[in-house]
Design a protein around this ligand. Structure first.
Ligand code: SAM
Length: 205
């Protein structure tokens, strides 16, 4: 989900999965088409948005892999509700999100080499535009989502969270103001492993 670009889909397909790649961008899906052609891999490519998965039947997928993209939608509730509908009971949902605290903070350090909290967690409107960097993409609107919206939202949609991880990007030797320096103070991402609840997961004593 939001996984176009010729990386995720081909990797899972090469590992033996039957893979569907969903992305909003035809250009990103074209990269998957190219890699699939070059490697002789079979991929289903679907253009669409993460918050509208009506093209897929219920319980269609065993595993949903969802790289960073909830920041691009104003409301995550329809995203998690849609994923829950298309994931079979006992199936797994792996998602990565921009951390709310990182999005709240300044992109550049102050004179003391520290980052300042700039934006309210409850901010509804998109963040102000920023120059392209590893933290902010060009030409996008990005929204802050609280941990309540992300973790609580995934649980509320019918998943049980089994693991939460902040991928390691800190670099103690990095120059002040670099991605690695900021990541040591503000982990940029949150990765969540969740399992769809339902009849298939009920344990018999
Ligand atoms: C940060 S990238 C993550 C995937 C990336 N290809 C990678 O290699 O990790 C964000 C992707 O999300 C897609 N995207 C953004 N908003 C989306 C939406 N509402 N629905 C589906 N895909 C979306 C973009 O087209 C882009 O391919």
């Amino acid at each position: 989900m939001a996984a176009g670009g010729g990386k995720h889909g081909p990797l899972y397909a090469a590992a033996g999965a039957r893979v569907t790649v969903l992305d909003l961008s035809a250009a990103m899906l074209e990269l998957d088409r190219q890699v699939a052609r070059e490697r002789g891999i079979d991929l289903e490519l679907v253009q669409g948005s993460i918050d509208q998965l009506d093209m897929f039947g219920p319980a269609r997928f065993d595993l949903v892999v969802h790289p960073v993209s909830t920041c691009y939608v104003a409301d995550v509730e329809p995203v998690f509700r849609s994923v829950a509908r298309v994931t079979r009971a006992g199936g797994v949902y792996v998602s990565q999100h921009k951390s709310p605290t990182s999005l709240q903070a300044s992109l550049e350090p102050n004179a003391a080499g520290r980052y300042e909290l700039m934006h309210e967690l409850a901010r509804r409107e998109p963040l102000p535009p920023a120059p392209p960097s590893r933290l902010r993409e060009a030409g996008t609107q990005e929204f802050i989502h609280s941990l309540t919206a992300l973790l609580g939202g995934i649980c509320g949609a019918g998943f049980a969270i089994e693991d939460v991880h902040e991928p390691e990007h800190a670099d103690p030797a990095a120059a002040v103001g670099s991605f690695g320096h900021r990541a040591a103070l503000l982990p940029p991402y949150l990765r969540i492993l969740a399992r769809r609840q339902g009849a298939a997961t009920v344990l018999v004593p």
